[in-house]
Unconditional design. Structure first.
Length: 124
């Protein structure tokens, strides 16, 4: 009988929530791939056990590399102080992400956003 390991992609792996998710995924022995702009900020466990894709999960080519063969993705949209608005920040991550998920046929997506955390309305 063939055993299939589930590949879980985790974006923003040094953020508060996703770093905890990554730690639990690795502890469980699941296959993990992370998208990190600076791999040196990852825990030593993550650098040793996870497949690290260097770059931003806003970049379409990086997304396709990261999601190729993935079964699940834990998608974290980080705060973005450079965007013209929260709406534009969401678009910058959401459209490339949704397209890459569809293109790579990722079966399950869980998403968390920190973009609106300082807003009184239109948050999250």
């Amino acid at each position: 009988m063939c055993s299939h390991h589930v590949l879980i992609v985790i974006t923003a792996p040094t953020a508060l929530i996703s770093s905890q998710v990554l730690s639990r995924v690795l502890e469980a022995g699941s296959d993990a791939r992370v998208v990190a702009r600076d791999p040196s900020t990852l825990s030593s466990e993550a650098r040793e056990k996870a497949d690290v894709i260097v770059g931003s999960h806003r970049d379409i080519d990086i997304l396709d590399r990261a999601l190729r063969g993935a079964d699940q993705v834990f998608w974290v949209v980080p705060a973005d102080s450079t965007a013209a608005s929260v709406y534009h920040a969401y678009l910058g991550f959401s459209i490339p992400g949704a397209e890459a998920v569809a293109r790579n046929r990722v079966a399950r997506v869980v998403t968390v956003s920190a973009l609106g955390r300082r807003l009184q309305r239109y948050a999250g």
